[in-house]
Design a protein around this ligand. Structure first.
Ligand code: PLP
Length: 399
């Protein structure tokens, strides 16, 4: 066969325009160098026995074929009931919930269902790294607004946020509680964002997978209240809540999440979701229905455990020479490395993994402009006490 003179690239411009996940890469590096992995956000303890048993029972009961594409009814009913209990939101499981393969699929399906080429999506930074490829894959143009570290935690400048909104703004992404900063948005902040959304007829995609993991901003005290954007006046209809079983029930490998949105948006999300994945694992949705029905005490215990771990790691990091605050939510600490005299976060991370034996995520991977994160790294503390203690012992070598 003769070769044509047409030159075609084998890789799409979209796929070529973002890199592999730095977070997942750091996990592979940790394994390679035998480092304690405080990089990727997954618990290293056993998932709850009763939840695992429910999954085994669901397989034995032969829930093994495709489920309804938008999710097992029993699971959607349980999501609606729990959302009523926790957020006070009345959700119709028949028309407002789509079960997805993790919140990862939920976020991209929601964006692909609502965003057109050229639409702008406002994103706070530092951001959870998936949002950047999500924007590219869904043809959105991201507009970044910084979160600044202050004595009162991470805050945004209201004028900057206001000027990020325009007639081209289709949506804003918020992550609340926030990965990587640990910020928990206050009601006042959410109302300010909501007013901008209403004024510009914009949607809000709110990633709330850490909704049950909040703390006081001090070492002790009552945990801050998680407020969902969907509960702010006038936002119920223009908010897509993205959530999942991953963090709340310590089953990140199950890949079961969900989107809650108004019926017209849900119909569009369901179409995108169907052709992307057909559906999430059927037996695990049955176990999810059980998990979602756990009593309030489960969440109280979860918070207590994480508070203990948060205080331990922040104190260790401060003693080692990192500058960092107590995060208000989620299970990460963004730590300033400027005391250690490294040219950037990548060099520091390499030294930490190879020389000290602790894996973290370089701060630059959370910014669109890498230099903004060049003196930051992210530590994750959803790890067993012995893992955190082993990390502390190794970090002592940095002093
Ligand atoms: N959203 C945020 C903010 C995360 O931190 C993570 C995981 O670390 C995810 C989404 C991914 O969640 P899932 O396992 O539900 O896809």
């Amino acid at each position: 066969m003769s070769q044509t003179s047409i030159s075609k690239t084998r890789i799409s411009r979209k796929a070529a325009s973002f890199t592999e996940s730095v977070i997942r890469e750091m996990s592979r590096e940790a394994v390679k160098h035998g480092a304690v992995n405080l990089g990727q956000g997954f618990p290293d303890w056993a998932a709850p026995e009763d939840i695992k048993r429910k999954a085994q029972e669901a397989i034995a009961a032969d829930h093994n074929q495709y489920a309804v594409t938008w999710g097992v009814k029993e699971f959607r009913d349980a999501i609606a009931k729990k959302t009523m209990w926790y957020l006070g939101l009345d959700i119709d499981p028949e028309s407002e919930i789509t079960v997805t393969c993790g919140s990862t699929e939920g976020m991209i399906a929601a964006m692909m269902a609502t965003v057109d080429p050229g639409d702008e999506v406002v994103v706070f930074e530092p951001f959870y790294e998936n949002y950047a490829p999500d924007a590219i894959l869904s043809d959105a143009t991201p507009v970044h607004v910084p979160l600044y570290r202050t004595d009162n935690g991470f805050v945004f400048d209201r004028e900057e946020l206001k000027s990020a909104f325009s007639e081209r703004t289709k949506a804003i992404i918020i992550c609340n509680p926030n990965n990587p900063t640990g910020k928990v948005f206050t009601r006042d902040e959410l109302e300010f964002i909501a007013d901008l959304c209403k004024e510009h007829q914009a949607l809000c995609f709110t990633d709330e997978i850490y909704e049950h993991i909040t703390y006081s901003a001090e070492e002790d005290g009552d945990p801050l209240e998680h407020i969902s954007m969907a509960t702010i006046e006038g936002m119920r209809d223009r908010t897509v809540i993205v959530n999942s079983l991953s963090k709340t029930y310590s089953v990140t490998g199950w890949r079961v999440g969900y989107c809650i949105a108004a019926p017209d948006i849900t119909s569009a999300i369901r179409k995108v979701h169907d052709f992307l994945t057909v559906g999430a694992a059927n037996p695990l949705q049955h176990a999810g229905a059980y998990a979602m029905s756990l009593p309030p005490g489960y969440y109280v215990e979860l918070q207590k455990e994480y508070l203990r771990k948060r205080n331990f790691i922040v104190n260790v990091l401060r003693e080692t020479g990192f500058k960092c605050d107590y995060p208000e939510g989620a299970y990460y600490v963004m730590a300033d490395i400027s005391e250690f005299g490294f040219p950037n976060d990548i060099e520091f991370t390499k030294h930490l993994i190879r020389g000290i034996g602790v894996a973290v995520v370089p701060g630059s991977s959370f910014y669109h402009e890498p230099s903004m994160g060049s003196q930051l790294v992210r530590f994750c503390f959803c790890k067993k006490d012995e893992t955190l203690e082993a990390a502390a012992e190794r970090l002592a070598k940095l002093r």
